[in-house]
Design a protein. Structure first.
Length: 350
């Protein structure tokens, strides 16, 4: 019997199946006045990673959900990736997770339920590694396989790290290399080598636990995780939300080496074009930057990508110390800096 390739049952994959930014804005528009409570510290008035609700002076609840279609064919690994990606939103707020609920959509007439069981098992495995229970969930019969989590976390209100609270002259750091969407597209085409697949899986299942520790550093002003809108899209959310610009040193951005190989073979996810069309008017390239390569990488949709951190120079040493403690010493160097807004949100320098 031929092995089942989960990626063959979905049009998109991972966070690349997100709805396009412009379409999402249209969907979210409303003429009705939303219910408001001053206990909602972070809500949908901004483009942040999760909602935060105040319980008391010392504790707030973080609530988030994330789910998508398969980015790999192995069902257990798919469950791991989807779970790690959903939990990342809690870490991106500077908090720590408490529990999760599973979200499962499954084409039961096309794929055996035993395969779905392996997906759930992968999600349970990552929840265990995050130190939280997979406490329940909900499932439906759907045309495409879908899996993710609704995650509840906690945080001291003083430690909340929104994506729109960066300050001028903050240094920017990124805790994972970009290019995962290109590798996922190569896998779907059947040209991804085994060594590259293993590297991809290792990164996709890596928890962003460092976010919980970074939240305690006062000089870390803003954090977001890089997912479906790509590096350029989530940096745009940070700069626009903070009313700032950014200068990025392209040569300092961590990039998966294999991604460059596939770029020369014109392996680019469809979502890359969607992301670029949404944000390109606010991007300026300086001389010396390989624009064609940068186009393929900067809007590349990431799944469970790294944390983008805005930190003051005064707190940079404390920040790098924490990164070192979590085995992320290779990413403890700036890739750019926040600036005053001067006509373009993002300038890409060599």
């Amino acid at each position: 019997m031929e092995p089942i390739r989960l990626t063959a049952f979905s049009r998109g994959s991972g966070c690349g199946c997100k709805i396009a930014p412009a379409v999402l804005q249209e969907i979210l528009q409303s003429n009705k006045q939303p219910f408001f409570t001053d206990k909602l510290l972070v809500g949908n008035q901004s483009n942040d990673d999760a909602a935060v609700y105040l319980l008391n002076d010392d504790k707030a609840i973080i609530s988030t959900t994330d789910f998508f279609t398969p980015i790999v064919d192995d069902p257990f690994v798919f469950g791991q990736i989807a779970a790690a990606n959903a939990i990342s939103d809690v870490f991106a707020m500077g908090g720590n997770p408490l529990m999760a609920l599973a979200i499962l959509g499954w084409p039961v007439d096309k794929i055996p339920p035993a395969i779905a069981q392996q997906v759930i098992e992968g999600g349970r495995d990552i929840c265990s590694k995050a130190g939280i229970p997979l406490a329940g969930g909900h499932s439906i019969d759907s045309s495409e396989p879908i899996f993710g989590l609704a995650v509840t976390g906690e945080i001291n209100p003083a430690h909340i790290k929104k994506n729109n609270s960066a300050k001028p002259n903050d240094l920017l750091l990124l805790t994972k290399p970009i290019g995962i969407g290109i590798l996922a597209a190569a896998q779907k085409r059947g040209i991804l080598e085994e060594a590259d697949l293993q590297l991809m899986v290792e990164q996709l299942t890596q928890l962003n636990k460092v976010g919980g520790a970074l939240g305690k550093i006062e000089g870390v002003h803003a954090i977001t995780d890089i997912t479906g809108f790509g590096f350029i899209g989530h940096l745009m959310e940070m700069t626009a939300g903070s009313n700032l610009g950014a200068t990025i040193n392209y040569s300092q951005i961590p990039i998966i080496p294999a991604a460059k190989k596939f770029i020369t073979q014109r392996v680019v996810p469809d979502a890359t074009y969607r992301n670029w069309n949404a944000y390109s008017k606010e991007v300026q390239f300086e001389k010396g930057v390989d624009v064609m390569e940068a186009f393929s990488l900067l809007p590349d949709p990431q799944t469970n990508g790294g944390l983008l951190i805005a930190v003051s120079e005064d707190a940079f040493t404390d920040c790098t110390k924490v990164l070192n403690e979590f085995g992320l010493a290779a990413f403890a160097k700036p890739i750019g800096r926040l600036t005053e807004y001067e006509g373009k949100r993002i300038k890409i320098d060599l």
